[in-house]
Design a protein around this ligand. Structure first.
Ligand SMILES: Cc1ncc(COP(=O)(O)O)c(C=O)c1O
Length: 386
Protein backbone atom coordinates (compact mmCIF):
# COMPACT_ATOMS: atom_id res chain seq x y z
CA UNK A 1 0.00 0.00 0.00
CA UNK A 2 1.24 3.47 -0.86
CA UNK A 3 2.27 5.44 2.20
CA UNK A 4 0.60 8.83 2.08
CA UNK A 5 2.45 12.11 2.49
CA UNK A 6 0.61 14.14 5.12
CA UNK A 7 0.74 17.82 4.23
CA UNK A 8 -1.93 18.74 6.73
CA UNK A 9 -1.81 21.48 9.32
CA UNK A 10 -2.13 18.57 11.78
CA UNK A 11 -1.85 15.82 12.58
CA UNK A 12 1.62 16.00 11.05
CA UNK A 13 3.94 13.13 10.07
CA UNK A 14 5.44 11.27 13.02
CA UNK A 15 9.18 10.50 12.60
CA UNK A 16 10.15 6.79 12.64
CA UNK A 17 12.28 7.39 15.75
CA UNK A 18 9.24 8.73 17.57
CA UNK A 19 7.07 5.83 16.41
CA UNK A 20 9.69 3.38 17.68
CA UNK A 21 9.78 5.14 21.06
CA UNK A 22 6.05 4.47 21.32
CA UNK A 23 6.84 0.75 21.38
CA UNK A 24 8.55 1.16 24.77
CA UNK A 25 6.99 -1.26 27.29
CA UNK A 26 4.58 0.28 29.77
CA UNK A 27 5.88 1.62 33.07
CA UNK A 28 4.38 2.43 36.46
CA UNK A 29 3.15 6.00 36.25
CA UNK A 30 3.65 6.30 40.03
CA UNK A 31 7.18 4.91 39.93
CA UNK A 32 10.71 6.13 39.38
CA UNK A 33 10.70 5.45 35.62
CA UNK A 34 7.86 7.86 35.05
CA UNK A 35 9.51 10.49 37.28
CA UNK A 36 12.61 10.27 35.08
CA UNK A 37 10.49 10.52 31.94
CA UNK A 38 8.63 13.50 33.44
CA UNK A 39 11.89 15.30 34.30
CA UNK A 40 13.30 14.82 30.80
CA UNK A 41 10.09 15.85 29.02
CA UNK A 42 9.69 18.89 31.26
CA UNK A 43 13.25 20.09 30.54
CA UNK A 44 12.89 19.58 26.78
CA UNK A 45 9.52 21.31 26.68
CA UNK A 46 10.75 24.32 28.64
CA UNK A 47 13.38 24.83 25.93
CA UNK A 48 10.74 24.73 23.20
CA UNK A 49 8.36 27.02 25.11
CA UNK A 50 11.39 29.23 25.90
CA UNK A 51 10.24 29.42 29.50
CA UNK A 52 10.98 28.67 33.12
CA UNK A 53 7.26 28.72 33.91
CA UNK A 54 5.43 25.64 35.15
CA UNK A 55 4.00 23.26 32.59
CA UNK A 56 0.72 21.40 32.68
CA UNK A 57 0.60 18.36 30.41
CA UNK A 58 -2.95 17.13 29.87
CA UNK A 59 -4.18 13.98 28.15
CA UNK A 60 -6.28 15.96 25.67
CA UNK A 61 -6.60 17.54 22.24
CA UNK A 62 -5.46 21.15 21.88
CA UNK A 63 -9.06 22.28 22.46
CA UNK A 64 -8.88 20.65 25.90
CA UNK A 65 -5.85 22.80 26.67
CA UNK A 66 -7.84 25.85 25.53
CA UNK A 67 -10.81 24.90 27.69
CA UNK A 68 -8.51 24.34 30.67
CA UNK A 69 -7.25 27.93 30.31
CA UNK A 70 -10.78 29.29 30.33
CA UNK A 71 -11.96 27.32 33.37
CA UNK A 72 -8.84 27.93 35.43
CA UNK A 73 -8.60 31.66 34.77
CA UNK A 74 -12.22 32.79 34.54
CA UNK A 75 -15.59 32.42 36.29
CA UNK A 76 -19.12 32.98 34.99
CA UNK A 77 -19.78 36.71 34.58
CA UNK A 78 -16.10 37.62 34.06
CA UNK A 79 -15.15 39.74 31.07
CA UNK A 80 -12.44 38.69 28.64
CA UNK A 81 -11.16 40.03 25.34
CA UNK A 82 -10.78 37.75 22.32
CA UNK A 83 -8.86 38.44 19.10
CA UNK A 84 -10.59 36.52 16.33
CA UNK A 85 -9.19 36.08 12.83
CA UNK A 86 -10.56 32.66 11.94
CA UNK A 87 -11.96 29.36 13.20
CA UNK A 88 -9.61 28.90 16.15
CA UNK A 89 -9.93 32.41 17.54
CA UNK A 90 -13.69 31.89 17.44
CA UNK A 91 -13.25 28.56 19.27
CA UNK A 92 -11.92 30.39 22.33
CA UNK A 93 -15.01 32.63 22.28
CA UNK A 94 -17.29 29.60 22.02
CA UNK A 95 -15.58 27.79 24.88
CA UNK A 96 -15.73 30.90 27.08
CA UNK A 97 -19.37 31.71 26.35
CA UNK A 98 -20.16 28.08 27.27
CA UNK A 99 -18.83 28.94 30.74
CA UNK A 100 -20.90 32.14 30.82
CA UNK A 101 -17.89 34.41 30.37
CA UNK A 102 -18.79 37.77 28.82
CA UNK A 103 -16.77 38.09 25.60
CA UNK A 104 -15.50 41.32 24.06
CA UNK A 105 -14.25 40.62 20.56
CA UNK A 106 -11.86 42.30 18.14
CA UNK A 107 -11.84 40.80 14.69
CA UNK A 108 -9.94 40.77 11.42
CA UNK A 109 -11.32 39.66 8.07
CA UNK A 110 -10.30 36.05 7.40
CA UNK A 111 -6.94 36.15 5.68
CA UNK A 112 -5.79 39.19 7.65
CA UNK A 113 -4.29 39.56 11.12
CA UNK A 114 -5.84 41.31 14.09
CA UNK A 115 -3.85 44.50 14.63
CA UNK A 116 -2.22 44.95 18.05
CA UNK A 117 -3.77 48.47 18.09
CA UNK A 118 -7.27 46.92 18.04
CA UNK A 119 -6.43 45.10 21.27
CA UNK A 120 -4.72 48.19 22.70
CA UNK A 121 -7.79 50.33 22.04
CA UNK A 122 -10.18 47.93 23.82
CA UNK A 123 -7.88 47.61 26.80
CA UNK A 124 -7.38 51.37 27.03
CA UNK A 125 -11.16 51.85 27.09
CA UNK A 126 -11.45 49.43 30.02
CA UNK A 127 -10.75 52.06 32.70
CA UNK A 128 -12.02 49.90 35.58
CA UNK A 129 -9.89 46.94 34.52
CA UNK A 130 -12.84 44.62 34.18
CA UNK A 131 -11.18 42.59 31.43
CA UNK A 132 -9.51 39.71 33.24
CA UNK A 133 -7.83 38.00 30.30
CA UNK A 134 -6.94 38.47 26.65
CA UNK A 135 -7.10 35.43 24.37
CA UNK A 136 -5.22 35.40 21.06
CA UNK A 137 -4.30 32.88 18.38
CA UNK A 138 -0.63 33.09 17.46
CA UNK A 139 -1.07 31.29 14.17
CA UNK A 140 -4.59 31.02 12.74
CA UNK A 141 -4.60 27.61 11.10
CA UNK A 142 -7.84 28.13 9.21
CA UNK A 143 -6.41 31.04 7.21
CA UNK A 144 -2.62 30.68 7.41
CA UNK A 145 -2.14 34.02 9.16
CA UNK A 146 0.33 34.79 11.95
CA UNK A 147 -0.31 37.46 14.55
CA UNK A 148 2.39 39.99 15.50
CA UNK A 149 2.56 38.36 18.91
CA UNK A 150 5.55 40.24 20.25
CA UNK A 151 3.75 43.56 19.69
CA UNK A 152 0.54 42.14 21.18
CA UNK A 153 2.41 41.21 24.37
CA UNK A 154 3.60 44.82 24.63
CA UNK A 155 0.12 46.31 24.38
CA UNK A 156 -1.38 43.78 26.78
CA UNK A 157 1.28 44.64 29.35
CA UNK A 158 -0.24 48.14 29.58
CA UNK A 159 -3.24 46.49 31.35
CA UNK A 160 -3.43 44.00 34.24
CA UNK A 161 -5.21 41.32 32.16
CA UNK A 162 -3.61 37.91 31.76
CA UNK A 163 -2.50 37.03 28.22
CA UNK A 164 -3.43 33.58 26.91
CA UNK A 165 -1.92 32.45 23.61
CA UNK A 166 -3.16 29.59 21.47
CA UNK A 167 0.10 28.40 19.94
CA UNK A 168 -1.24 25.05 18.74
CA UNK A 169 0.02 25.47 15.18
CA UNK A 170 3.08 27.61 15.91
CA UNK A 171 4.98 26.50 18.99
CA UNK A 172 8.15 24.72 17.94
CA UNK A 173 7.97 26.05 14.36
CA UNK A 174 7.57 29.84 14.67
CA UNK A 175 9.49 31.80 17.28
CA UNK A 176 7.51 32.36 20.48
CA UNK A 177 9.49 33.68 23.45
CA UNK A 178 7.24 32.93 26.41
CA UNK A 179 9.42 34.50 29.10
CA UNK A 180 11.17 37.23 27.12
CA UNK A 181 7.81 38.47 25.82
CA UNK A 182 6.10 37.94 29.21
CA UNK A 183 3.31 35.62 28.09
CA UNK A 184 1.25 34.26 30.97
CA UNK A 185 -0.29 31.20 29.37
CA UNK A 186 0.69 29.35 26.21
CA UNK A 187 -1.32 26.39 24.94
CA UNK A 188 -0.21 23.89 22.33
CA UNK A 189 -0.96 20.36 21.13
CA UNK A 190 1.28 17.38 20.50
CA UNK A 191 0.21 16.72 16.91
CA UNK A 192 1.71 19.71 15.10
CA UNK A 193 5.28 21.00 15.25
CA UNK A 194 6.10 18.68 18.14
CA UNK A 195 5.87 15.68 15.73
CA UNK A 196 3.92 13.50 18.18
CA UNK A 197 0.53 11.86 17.53
CA UNK A 198 -2.58 13.73 18.76
CA UNK A 199 -3.52 13.39 22.42
CA UNK A 200 -1.45 15.76 24.57
CA UNK A 201 -2.28 19.36 25.37
CA UNK A 202 0.67 21.30 26.77
CA UNK A 203 0.26 24.51 28.70
CA UNK A 204 2.75 26.89 30.31
CA UNK A 205 1.54 28.93 33.27
CA UNK A 206 3.31 32.01 34.69
CA UNK A 207 3.44 33.03 38.36
CA UNK A 208 1.02 35.86 37.62
CA UNK A 209 -1.37 33.39 36.01
CA UNK A 210 -1.11 31.08 39.05
CA UNK A 211 -2.27 33.96 41.26
CA UNK A 212 -5.34 34.42 39.07
CA UNK A 213 -5.95 30.66 39.09
CA UNK A 214 -5.87 30.62 42.92
CA UNK A 215 -8.20 33.60 43.23
CA UNK A 216 -10.52 32.09 40.64
CA UNK A 217 -10.83 28.64 42.25
CA UNK A 218 -11.28 26.15 39.45
CA UNK A 219 -14.73 24.59 38.97
CA UNK A 220 -13.49 21.59 37.03
CA UNK A 221 -12.07 18.27 38.23
CA UNK A 222 -10.39 17.10 35.01
CA UNK A 223 -8.99 20.47 33.90
CA UNK A 224 -7.82 21.58 37.34
CA UNK A 225 -4.31 23.05 36.92
CA UNK A 226 -3.71 23.29 40.70
CA UNK A 227 -3.99 19.52 40.92
CA UNK A 228 -1.21 19.29 38.32
CA UNK A 229 0.96 21.86 40.04
CA UNK A 230 0.81 20.00 43.35
CA UNK A 231 2.05 16.79 41.75
CA UNK A 232 4.69 18.45 39.55
CA UNK A 233 7.06 18.48 42.55
CA UNK A 234 6.78 14.67 42.69
CA UNK A 235 7.18 14.47 38.89
CA UNK A 236 3.76 12.86 38.58
CA UNK A 237 0.35 13.79 37.22
CA UNK A 238 -2.95 13.74 39.17
CA UNK A 239 -4.39 10.88 37.13
CA UNK A 240 -3.03 8.33 34.69
CA UNK A 241 -1.00 10.11 32.01
CA UNK A 242 -0.93 9.08 28.34
CA UNK A 243 2.41 7.34 28.99
CA UNK A 244 2.98 6.20 25.39
CA UNK A 245 2.63 9.76 24.14
CA UNK A 246 5.10 10.90 26.78
CA UNK A 247 7.61 8.38 25.38
CA UNK A 248 6.96 9.82 21.95
CA UNK A 249 7.34 13.37 23.19
CA UNK A 250 10.66 12.62 24.89
CA UNK A 251 12.08 11.31 21.62
CA UNK A 252 10.67 14.20 19.59
CA UNK A 253 12.16 16.71 22.04
CA UNK A 254 15.53 15.02 21.64
CA UNK A 255 15.20 15.46 17.87
CA UNK A 256 14.27 19.12 18.34
CA UNK A 257 17.32 19.67 20.53
CA UNK A 258 19.54 17.96 17.95
CA UNK A 259 18.33 20.17 15.10
CA UNK A 260 18.16 23.35 17.23
CA UNK A 261 15.20 25.71 17.57
CA UNK A 262 16.74 28.44 15.43
CA UNK A 263 17.40 26.01 12.58
CA UNK A 264 13.87 24.64 12.91
CA UNK A 265 12.38 28.14 12.63
CA UNK A 266 14.54 28.76 9.55
CA UNK A 267 13.47 25.49 7.93
CA UNK A 268 9.82 26.43 8.41
CA UNK A 269 10.36 29.91 6.96
CA UNK A 270 12.12 28.38 3.96
CA UNK A 271 9.37 25.82 3.33
CA UNK A 272 6.68 28.50 3.59
CA UNK A 273 8.49 30.64 1.03
CA UNK A 274 8.85 27.65 -1.28
CA UNK A 275 5.11 26.91 -1.06
CA UNK A 276 4.08 30.51 -1.66
CA UNK A 277 6.51 30.97 -4.55
CA UNK A 278 5.58 27.63 -6.09
CA UNK A 279 1.82 28.22 -5.84
CA UNK A 280 2.15 31.68 -7.37
CA UNK A 281 4.20 30.25 -10.22
CA UNK A 282 1.12 28.16 -11.05
CA UNK A 283 -0.95 31.35 -11.17
CA UNK A 284 -2.68 30.60 -7.87
CA UNK A 285 -3.76 33.26 -5.38
CA UNK A 286 -2.95 32.98 -1.71
CA UNK A 287 -5.44 33.93 0.99
CA UNK A 288 -2.91 35.74 3.21
CA UNK A 289 -0.60 38.56 2.16
CA UNK A 290 3.13 38.06 2.61
CA UNK A 291 3.33 40.41 5.60
CA UNK A 292 1.11 38.13 7.72
CA UNK A 293 1.60 34.78 5.96
CA UNK A 294 2.23 31.84 8.24
CA UNK A 295 5.40 29.76 8.19
CA UNK A 296 3.48 26.59 9.05
CA UNK A 297 0.42 26.60 6.83
CA UNK A 298 -0.60 28.19 3.55
CA UNK A 299 -4.20 28.63 2.41
CA UNK A 300 -4.38 28.69 -1.39
CA UNK A 301 -7.44 29.83 -3.32
CA UNK A 302 -8.71 27.21 -5.72
CA UNK A 303 -8.68 28.70 -9.25
CA UNK A 304 -11.99 29.49 -10.94
CA UNK A 305 -13.60 26.38 -12.37
CA UNK A 306 -11.59 23.97 -10.24
CA UNK A 307 -13.41 22.23 -7.45
CA UNK A 308 -11.38 21.92 -4.23
CA UNK A 309 -12.75 18.42 -3.62
CA UNK A 310 -11.64 17.23 -7.08
CA UNK A 311 -8.21 18.72 -6.58
CA UNK A 312 -7.73 17.15 -3.14
CA UNK A 313 -9.05 13.82 -4.45
CA UNK A 314 -6.50 13.86 -7.29
CA UNK A 315 -3.64 14.79 -4.96
CA UNK A 316 -4.47 11.95 -2.59
CA UNK A 317 -5.59 9.22 -4.98
CA UNK A 318 -2.95 9.69 -7.65
CA UNK A 319 0.03 11.11 -5.78
CA UNK A 320 -0.64 10.07 -2.19
CA UNK A 321 -0.44 13.69 -1.03
CA UNK A 322 -2.97 14.72 1.61
CA UNK A 323 -3.80 18.41 1.99
CA UNK A 324 -6.63 20.01 3.98
CA UNK A 325 -9.74 21.76 2.72
CA UNK A 326 -11.09 25.13 3.81
CA UNK A 327 -12.95 25.42 7.10
CA UNK A 328 -16.36 27.01 7.72
CA UNK A 329 -16.87 29.97 5.38
CA UNK A 330 -13.69 29.09 3.45
CA UNK A 331 -14.96 25.58 2.58
CA UNK A 332 -14.83 25.10 -1.19
CA UNK A 333 -12.83 28.30 -1.59
CA UNK A 334 -9.35 27.33 -0.40
CA UNK A 335 -7.21 24.30 0.21
CA UNK A 336 -4.57 24.36 2.93
CA UNK A 337 -1.07 22.99 2.72
CA UNK A 338 0.48 22.22 6.09
CA UNK A 339 4.26 22.55 6.24
CA UNK A 340 5.16 21.98 9.85
CA UNK A 341 6.82 19.43 12.03
CA UNK A 342 8.62 16.51 10.43
CA UNK A 343 8.44 18.08 6.97
CA UNK A 344 11.40 19.08 4.80
CA UNK A 345 12.04 21.00 1.55
CA UNK A 346 11.88 17.80 -0.52
CA UNK A 347 8.32 17.25 0.78
CA UNK A 348 7.45 20.72 -0.52
CA UNK A 349 8.88 19.85 -3.92
CA UNK A 350 6.76 16.71 -3.85
CA UNK A 351 3.50 18.47 -3.00
CA UNK A 352 4.09 21.25 -5.54
CA UNK A 353 4.83 18.71 -8.23
CA UNK A 354 1.62 16.82 -7.47
CA UNK A 355 -0.33 20.09 -7.41
CA UNK A 356 1.08 21.09 -10.78
CA UNK A 357 0.13 17.74 -12.34
CA UNK A 358 -3.36 17.59 -10.81
CA UNK A 359 -4.13 21.14 -11.90
CA UNK A 360 -3.05 20.29 -15.45
CA UNK A 361 -5.31 17.24 -15.36
CA UNK A 362 -8.22 19.36 -14.17
CA UNK A 363 -7.77 21.77 -17.06
CA UNK A 364 -5.89 24.62 -15.39
CA UNK A 365 -3.74 26.64 -17.73
CA UNK A 366 -0.14 27.02 -16.58
CA UNK A 367 3.37 26.16 -17.61
CA UNK A 368 4.04 22.54 -16.60
CA UNK A 369 6.77 22.25 -13.98
CA UNK A 370 6.62 25.93 -13.05
CA UNK A 371 5.98 25.36 -9.32
CA UNK A 372 8.90 23.00 -8.74
CA UNK A 373 11.20 25.23 -10.77
CA UNK A 374 10.27 28.34 -8.76
CA UNK A 375 10.45 26.57 -5.41
CA UNK A 376 13.76 25.00 -6.38
CA UNK A 377 15.14 28.46 -7.04
CA UNK A 378 14.11 29.58 -3.54
CA UNK A 379 15.88 26.54 -2.12
CA UNK A 380 19.04 27.20 -4.13
CA UNK A 381 19.09 30.88 -3.20
CA UNK A 382 18.67 30.11 0.50
CA UNK A 383 21.39 27.46 0.23
CA UNK A 384 23.80 30.01 -1.26
CA UNK A 385 22.96 32.59 1.42
CA UNK A 386 24.16 30.17 4.11
C1 LIG B 1 -4.57 27.22 16.12
C2 LIG B 1 -5.31 26.02 16.63
N1 LIG B 1 -5.91 26.08 17.81
C3 LIG B 1 -6.57 25.04 18.31
C4 LIG B 1 -6.68 23.85 17.63
C5 LIG B 1 -7.46 22.75 18.21
O1 LIG B 1 -6.67 21.64 18.44
P1 LIG B 1 -7.33 20.19 18.53
O2 LIG B 1 -7.89 19.87 17.20
O3 LIG B 1 -6.19 19.32 18.94
O4 LIG B 1 -8.37 20.28 19.57
C6 LIG B 1 -6.08 23.74 16.38
C7 LIG B 1 -6.18 22.50 15.60
O5 LIG B 1 -5.95 22.47 14.43
C8 LIG B 1 -5.36 24.85 15.88
O6 LIG B 1 -4.75 24.77 14.70
Amino acid sequence: MQEKTLMLPGPTPVPPRVLRAMGTPMINHRGVDFSTLFTEVEAGLKDVFQTNNDLVILPAAGSGGMESAVVNLLSPGDKALFAVMGVFGQRFVDIATGYRVEPLVVEAPWGEAVKPEQIQEKLAADKDHEIKAVFVTHNETSTGVTLDLERVTQVVQEHPAILVVDAVSSLGAIDLKTDAWGIDVVVTGSQKALMVPPGLALVSVSQRAWEVVRENGCCSYYWNWEAYRKLTEKKQTPYTPAVTLWFALREALTMIREEGLKQIFERHALMAEMVRTGARALGLDLLAGDAVASNTITAVRSPAGINVKDLRRCLEAVYGVVVAGGQKKLAGEVFRIGHLGYVFPNDIINVLNALDLCLLDLGHDHEAGAAVKAAGEVLKRRGKEK
